[in-house]
Structures are given as structure tokens and as C-alpha cells.
Write a protein that binds this ligand. Structure first.
Ligand SMILES: NC(=O)c1ccc[n+]([C@@H]2O[C@H](COP(=O)([O-])OP(=O)(O)OC[C@H]3O[C@@H](n4cnc5c(N)ncnc54)[C@H](OP(=O)(O)O)[C@@H]3O)[C@@H](O)[C@H]2O)c1
Length: 333
């Protein structure tokens, strides 16, 4: 074991786009686990769009990271020391242990995971928080019926790629929206969507109408802004919008909203925001189902993996700019 911990802390709050200078890399002692705690060697760190919000001060559904604090983040890793009989050295765990190589945590705050069932990294992606977000948002809020058309934005990303594949499993037409031809090809060829529209291609409204000729019954919203405003013009009566994320607005000092609300009124559309942590107590069955779909090859996933903890700030900026394909991870060792 290397004899130092390395952490990434928040050095300053960004105004607008995140900069690498908003982070600081620091070396500290490896923490000693206390009573009922374990020491975890983090092997992979998940980078997620919500981290941008945590860098801000001010009210939100979750607490801000304070200046000087370790950045929040979910990791998968290996128990190296244990003071709790529930976990033993060598066990694989997932938890919110932050941007750091080692962390001590209460055993009961960690999720024991089985890397023989699906690869360890899948617990940060298709079988972890993003997969569960897709599962709950689509099935609980979207309530798809076979034959309906489901459109999802950020379709080549961690959540969006799973949404379309679950829509297919449920017998729906799955249409993705993503940035660029390469991502759209991947969405269709690898993730099995029926169609994918490039929102950077110049005519989203026309291309979406061609890809969803019977109109849109469910719009799984990940991006907001102009994409949302185009999609709402093509919703069917009684359409549903699981409002999962608005990534196009996260770096905007003055986020703007939905200017076409009247379309939701006329079509009696249901729009519901949701935060995945609300479902935490009910995740056992969806986690098992996602793992089974991955094992059966019904759900496929892609990962973009940055190397080394020092690369995490740059990789987060890349994620917010759309440089990732599938789940953005950082390999820590
Ligand atoms: N509600 C919840 O509990 C919850 C949980 C997890 C995630 N989320 C939300 O779900 C969304 C997707 O998260 P993820 O982890 O799966 O990330 P992701 O899709 O893997 O990565 C983000 C993607 O967003 C797209 N994007 C960035 N800027 C954009 C813009 N201006 N316009 C359109 N698309 C843009 C990029 O893809 P392109 O290259 O295609 O533009 C980028 O690859 C985010 O909004 C996130 O905040 C919500």
C-alpha cells in the first residue's frame, strides 16, 4: 500500500464554467478506521453532472461542498482494514467516499457489491446510480406502455443510454438525442435504439419529427434549454416528462426556463422532477433487475475512463462539455 492519501479538494467556487484551478490536489495521511469503520482503497471514482451543483454556494436539494473539503463522489473499491464484522479485507464496496485514494467510513454506509456478478465499474454506471436513475425515472414517472415512443436526451451518456434500452425492453420505440454523428451511430448500433437525432446537426425539429413520426409519449429530460423547447412542440396528448436533469443550464450564471409552457397545458402533459436519492430504500429490486439485464446482454454500456486522480478535474470539465461516451470514470490505481 502506498503510504500517502491523495485527495482533490474544492479550492474556489466557479462562476460559469468550471476551471481546473477550482480544484486542489493535496497529500494527506491515510486515515485510521475507527470503531465499526473500515478503510477502503478506492479503485474507481464516478464523475457526474450533479457535482457541478455541489460546487456552488446557496440553496439546493443537497449540501454544497465547502472550500477546502474533499469533492463529493461515489467510488467503488476494496476494504483493506475492517473494524466491523459485516465487512472483511478484500470485500468490494461502493459508497460516497469522495475524490480520494483512501477513505474510512462506517461499514453500514457502504454497499457491498459482487464483482463476479457484473464488473466492478458497472456498480457506478448501468447497475449503479445512473442505471437506477434511468429505471425509476422511466418506469415510475414515465410509466411506458408498449408501442409508445420514448425520446431521451444525452442518449449516449450514462443515464440516457440505459433509458433507451429499458424502453426497448418494455416494447417502446426508443429515440435518442445526442451531440454529433459518432454518438448517434453508437446509440443506434451499440445501444439498440430505433433512431437517434443529432441536436448539433442544424435541424432538430425536422429530424425529430422524422425519427418520431407518431409524436412523443415520454420525453426523458436530461438537458433542458433549446432541446427541451423543441421536444415539447412534438409531445402527444397526455405525454409524460420525467425531469431528470438540465445539464445545458448547469454552467449558466442565469439559467433560463421553459418558454413554451403553454404546450404542456394544451396537451395535458405531466412533468415531474425527481432526485434518485428519494428512491434509496427501494433500490434492491431494480439493482437486481439491471444486473440481470447486463448479464443477459439486454443492456449494454460504455465507459470513458480517465487515468489517475490528478486527471479528475479535467475529466469533470470534459463530461460537462460532452466529451464522454457512456459513464465517465476515473481509474485511481
Ligand atoms: N435526477 C437525478 O437524480 C439524476 C441522477 C443522475 C443524473 N441526473 C442528470 O441526468 C443527466 C445525465 O447525466 P449522466 O450522468 O448520464 O451524464 P452523461 O449523459 O453521461 O454526460 C453528460 C452529457 O450531457 C450532454 N450535454 C452537455 N451539455 C449539453 C448541452 N448544452 N446540451 C445538450 N446536451 C449536453 C453531453 O452529451 P452530448 O455530447 O450528447 O451533448 C454529455 O456527454 C444530467 O442532467 C444529470 O444531472 C439526474
Amino acid at each position: 500500500m502506498s503510504n500517502k492519501n491523495v485527495q482533490v479538494t474544492l479550492a474556489s467556487r466557479p462562476t460559469g464554467w468550471v476551471q481546473e484551478s477550482n480544484f486542489k490536489i493535496v497529500e494527506t495521511e491515510i486515515p485510521k478506521p475507527g470503531a465499526s469503520q473500515v478503510l477502503v482503497k478506492n479503485l474507481y471514482l464516478s464523475l457526474d453532472p450533479y457535482m457541478r451543483g455541489r460546487m456552488n454556494a446557496g440553496p439546493s436539494y443537497a449540501a454544497s461542498v465547502e472550500i477546502g473539503q474533499v469533492m463529493v463522489g461515489r467510488t467503488v473499491g476494496e476494504v483493506v482494514e475492517s473494524n466491523d464484522p459485516a465487512l472483511k479485507p478484500g470485500d468490494s464496496v461502493a459508497g460516497y467516499l469522495g475524490w480520494q485514494l483512501y477513505a474510512s467510513a462506517n461499514a453500514k454506509e457502504l454497499q457491498k457489491v459482487d464483482p463476479k456478478l457484473v464488473p466492478l465499474t458497472a456498480y457506478l454506471g448501468a447497475v449503479g446510480m445512473p442505471g437506477l436513475t434511468a429505471w425509476w425515472g422511466l418506469l415510475d414517472i414515465g410509466a411506458p406502455k408498449a408501442g409508445e415512443t420514448v425520446v431521451v436526451s444525452a442518449a449516449a451518456g450514462a443515464v440516457g443510454s440505459i433509458v433507451g434500452q429499458i424502453a426497448k425492453i418494455k416494447g417502446c420505440r426508443a429515440v435518442g438525442i445526442a451531440g454529433g454523428k459518432a454518438k448517434c451511430d453508437l446509440v443506434v448500433d451499440q445501444f439498440g435504439f430505433d433512431a437517434c437525432v443529432d441536436y448539433k446537426g442544424g435541424n432538430l425539429a425536422r429530424d425529430l419529427r422524422a425519427a418520431a413520426p407518431k409524436g412523443i409519449d415520454i420525453y426523458f429530460e436530461n438537458v433542458g434549454g433549446e432541446v427541451l423547447e423543441t421536444v415539447v412542440m412534438q409531445l402527444n396528448p397526455f405525454a409524460r416528462i420525467p425531469l431528470c436533469g438540465l445539464i445545458s443550464q448547469y454552467n449558466e450564471p442565469h439559467p433560463h426556463g421553459l418558454d413554451r409552457l403553454v404546450m404542456l397545458l394544451g396537451n395535458r402533459v405531466k412533468l415531474q422532477g425527481f432526485i434518485i436519492s428519494d428512491y434509496a430504500a427501494r433500490n434492491a429490486q431494480p439493482t437486481a433487475e439491471l444486473a440481470q439485464w447486463v448479464r443477459d446482454g439486454k443492456i449494454r454500456y460504455r465507459e470513458t475512463i480517465a487515468n489517475g486522480i490528478e486527471s479528475a478535474p479535467r475529466a469533470l470539465i470534459g463530461l460537462l462539455k460532452g466529451e464522454n461516451i457512456g459513464k465517465q470514470l476515473v481509474k485511481l490505481f
